[in-house]
Write a protein that binds this ligand. Structure first.
Ligand code: C2E
Ligand code: CA
Ligand code: CA
Length: 782
């Protein structure tokens, strides 16, 4: 069983009080009990004196009567006659006068005359009497005579010499006992003890008398006298001897202890009542005290519990405030302070967890929760999640520093607060992205709303020395049409934002299915590394034919991916992802190795082919690229002249400095540099002269459906002429028809690549194609 502090205090107080009360009570009651017994004892001893006096008075009276009768002339004459009948009648005549119930004359020779019985025990008594009378003259004593206890007097009868003794006796019967009892005010019994008690007159009732022998046998001595039980009551008994012979009759004085204790019991009862009342009062006081002590403790415990459950705001009970002035007051004060500081700290933590520090806008987490809440709200109409991205923010930070970056973000957040004031929420969800949750009953178009918003935001941000014109894009998700969870909504808004950026549009709504392709792209990125490691990639080769000679001097290596589950995958699907995910270097390395190894194999077969490898823009930024290529060429014993590098026009111009260094070094070592997809970039033709290139590949878009005398044809002609003027070989890719071939031939194109000649083929097939196409060279090969 567990007690609370309060219960324990209360229990302690009550037990203490109870013990003190019981101690007091027992002390008082013992004293009173002792007093009662002592008093009773005193009453008994004065009773015994009174009883002795009463008995003495009676025997005096009896003696006087006896002496009067013994001196009576008539009586003496009757005695002198020696006639028993006369003596008995004289005795009987005087009996009523002297108020005795025994009157006997005992002659000198021991004969008896009178109303005495002739019991043997009586004879014994009379003999004793006569012997003592002969010696002492007058006898006053008690005896048992005729089965009764008696006060007996014997006086000599003289004529003038003693001729015998007159014996008078009173029976100590109930009547006498009653008269004694009336005087001493306690029970009186006459008894006689030899081996056992014999009882005669008594004021006890019959029941008590029946118990008397047993009670007297078991009489025991206590501090306050002799106690025995009668009728289930304790009696204090005093034994008073009457007479002076060896075994005299005694008076037993009985005083009921229980009756004497009656007053004591009443006192006890009253005391108990007082005690109960005082206990109740004391308990009430204790209750009040315990409450006073435990209430603040309880209050603090409750408060601690509340704090544990996250409630810091309920104030500590005002009636028990720190003004108490005692230790509890101090504790309550300290507790209050603690609660306050915890609340403050938690508020700070909560703010940090849910708000962006810089702009004090809700953060991503809160945005997430709010979108979910919005989705859960059945009553709400259409809502929009608009993700606004600060384009090229990283570049601003990198070139102008963090402070400027933060300044711009802050400026944007202020503008958003004003322009999107009706929005449910404006949040900053990443370094350069804001999210707006808009729920409106009006039938508005999210894209239009976002475009208007961006228009309001894009005026220049003024710095100390310059101005920055923010570049913003937005991705829009319509709830719940486009997404049913906050996670989906935020991801899809981000996809829409990226799509918008790629399309160079201000705002773009999420397009159904984009997410899936996005996810697919993610899994492709994840799988790409494995693809390289586990040789899931292969190279296909597409021949290029020299228009004037008809010879195939080179082939272009094009990578393919046989995905274990998705099957054949075209490079357009994964090259871009490899670039974005930073895996392009690894892929390029694989392609270079495979292509150079293939050159080496063909060399061994006697097939002399140059192989063109496509590099991406990022490859050109890699300083180690050149060394790696060289190492591979050496490893496979392939001359540098057999490797062609194809780089797109835009890649070449991306980071001009490093790209130029790499390209120049490669060219200097004898590699052929080809500018791919020419015509699609924005670079002017004039720029060409600065580039370290050998070949120019006209993009296949220019070739499709070309006809003589069209603008397209004129452009091709211009490019071809330009290339030639710069001593570049001009290649046209994507040639699918004979017409195209013919036209290109007229325009002066040097080399042709396309389906018309061959699709890209695996190495073995290309070998077959080559042998088939140039049988005259086969011998040489063999
Ligand atoms: P690209 O460099 O322009 O490659 C030529 C693309 O045109 C190839 O597509 C080829 O199959 C296709 N083609 C050739 N002849 C014709 C034709 O007559 N008609 C049509 N319609 N298309 C023709 P593919 O193999 O799908 O490659 C696509 C692009 O992927 C390549 O364009 C290239 O930029 C890139 N790529 C391929 N392999 C690699 C690689 O190993 N590394 C890098 N960085 N990029 C590669
Ligand atoms: Ca190419
Ligand atoms: Ca191309």
């Amino acid at each position: 069983m567990k007690f609370s502090f309060y219960q324990r205090v209360l229990l302690l107080l009550s037990v203490l009080l109870l013990l003190v009360q019981l101690g007091n009570l027992s002390a008082v009651l013992t004293t009173i009990g002792q007093d009662v017994r002592t008093q009773l004892r005193n009453e008994l001893s004065s009773g015994s004196q009174l009883v002795s006096q009463l008995a003495q008075r009676r025997s005096d009276l009896l003696q006087t009567s006896a002496e009067v009768l013994a001196a009576d002339f008539g009586f003496r004459s009757a005695i002198a006659s020696n006639d028993p009948i006369t003596i008995r009648s004289a005795l009987e005549n005087n009996l009523s006068r002297v108020d005795a119930d025994l009157a006997t004359f005992v002659s000198l020779d021991g004969r008896q005359f009178g109303n005495s019985s002739a019991l043997t025990e009586d004879v014994q008594v009379y003999q004793t009497l006569v012997q003592r009378a002969a010696k002492d003259g007058v006898i006053v004593d008690t005896f048992v005579l005729g089965g009764k206890a008696k006060q007996v007097v014997a006086v000599p009868v003289k004529v003038p010499l003693t001729i015998g003794w007159l014996v008078l006796g009173f029976a100590l019967d109930n009547k006498v006992a009653q008269s004694f009892s009336d005087q001493v005010n306690m029970h009186v019994t006459f008894a006689y003890k030899r081996s056992t008690y014999r009882f005669f007159g008594s004021t006890l009732n019959l029941g008590q008398r029946r118990l008397l022998p047993e009670a007297m046998d078991s009489l025991h001595q206590s501090d306050h006298g002799q106690i025995s039980m009668l009728d289930d009551k304790d009696f204090l008994t005093e034994i008073v001897p009457l007479g002076n012979n060896e075994a005299p009759v005694v008076v037993l004085l009985h005083s009921s202890l229980d009756d004497a204790m009656a007053s004591y019991r009443a006192v006890r009862k009253r005391l108990l009542v007082y005690m109960a009342i005082s206990l109740v009062l004391a308990l009430a006081l204790g209750f009040w005290f315990a409450r006073g002590v435990t209430r603040p403790v309880k209050l603090l415990a409750d408060t601690a519990l509340r704090i544990r459950h996250g409630d810091y705001n309920t104030a500590l009970c005002s009636t028990l405030d720190s003004r108490r002035g005692d230790e509890f007051g101090e504790l309550i004060g300290a507790f209050g302070d603690m609660q306050k500081s915890i609340a403050e700290r938690e508020a700070t933590i909560l703010r940090q967890a849910l708000f962006d520090e810089l702009t004090e806008l809700p953060n991503r987490r809160q945005a997430h929760d709010r979108i979910n809440a919005q989705l859960a709200d059945q009553s709400s109409c259409h809502s929009f999640v608009i993700l606004i991205g600060l384009n090229r923010h990283r570049e601003i930070v990198e070139s102008l520093g963090h402070a400027v970056g933060e300044f711009v973000v802050q400026a944007m957040s202020e503008r958003l607060r004003k322009s999107a004031a009706t929005a449910q929420m404006i949040a900053r969800v990443s370094t350069d992205e804001f999210l707006i949750l808009l729920s409106t009953a009006e039938n508005i178009d999210g894209v239009v709303y976002a475009e208007t918003l961006i228009n309001e935001l894009i005026h220049p941000v003024t710095l100390e020395r310059a101005e920055i014109v923010p570049d913003l894009s937005a991705g829009i998700v319509v709830l719940p049409d486009d997404a049913t969870s906050a996670t989906d909504a935020m991801r899809r808004a981000s996809i829409a934002l990226t799509d918008g950026r790629e399309n160079n549009s201000f705002a773009c709504r999420y397009e159904n299915g984009r997410d899936e392709s996005h996810i697919r792209r993610l899994s492709i990125v994840a799988d790409l590394k494995k693809a390289v490691e586990q040789d899931q990639l292969i190279l296909h080769f597409q021949p290029k034919i020299n228009m004037s000679t008809g010879a195939t001097d080179s082939v272009e290596a094009l990578v393919r991916w046989i995905h274990p589950t998705d099957g054949f995958m075209a490079p357009d699907e994964f090259i871009g992802l490899a670039e974005q995910s930073g895996n392009i270097g690894m892929l390029t390395q694989w392609v270079l190795n495979a292509a150079i190894a293939q050159i080496s194999q063909w060399n061994d077969l006697g097939i002399k082919l140059k192989v063109a490898v496509n590099l991406s823009a990022l490859d050109l930024q890699d300083e180690s690229l050149f060394n790696r290529i060289e190492a591979l060429l050496i490893k496979h014993k392939v001359p540098t002249t057999q490797l062609i590098i194809e780089v797109t026009e835009s890649a070449m111009l991306r980071d001009t400095q490093q790209a130029m260094i790499t390209l120049k070094r490669m060219r200097a070592r004898g590699l052929t540099i080809s500018i791919d997809d020419f015509g699609t970039g924005y670079s002017s033709l004039a720029k060409l002269k600065d580039l370290p290139i050998d070949e120019l590949k006209i993009d296949r878009a220019f070739v499709t459906d070309i006809e003589p005398n069209t603008t397209k044809t004129k452009i091709i002609k211009a490019i071809i002429d330009l290339g030639h003027s710069m001593n570049l070989t001009v290649i046209t890719e994507g040639v699918e028809t004979q017409e195209e071939w013919d036209l290109l031939s007229i325009l002066g194109n040097d080399v042709v690549q396309g389906f018309l000649i061959s699709r890209p083929l695996p190495a073995a097939e290309l070998t077959g194609w080559w042998i088939n196409r140039y049988p005259e060279q086969v011998d040489r090969v063999a």
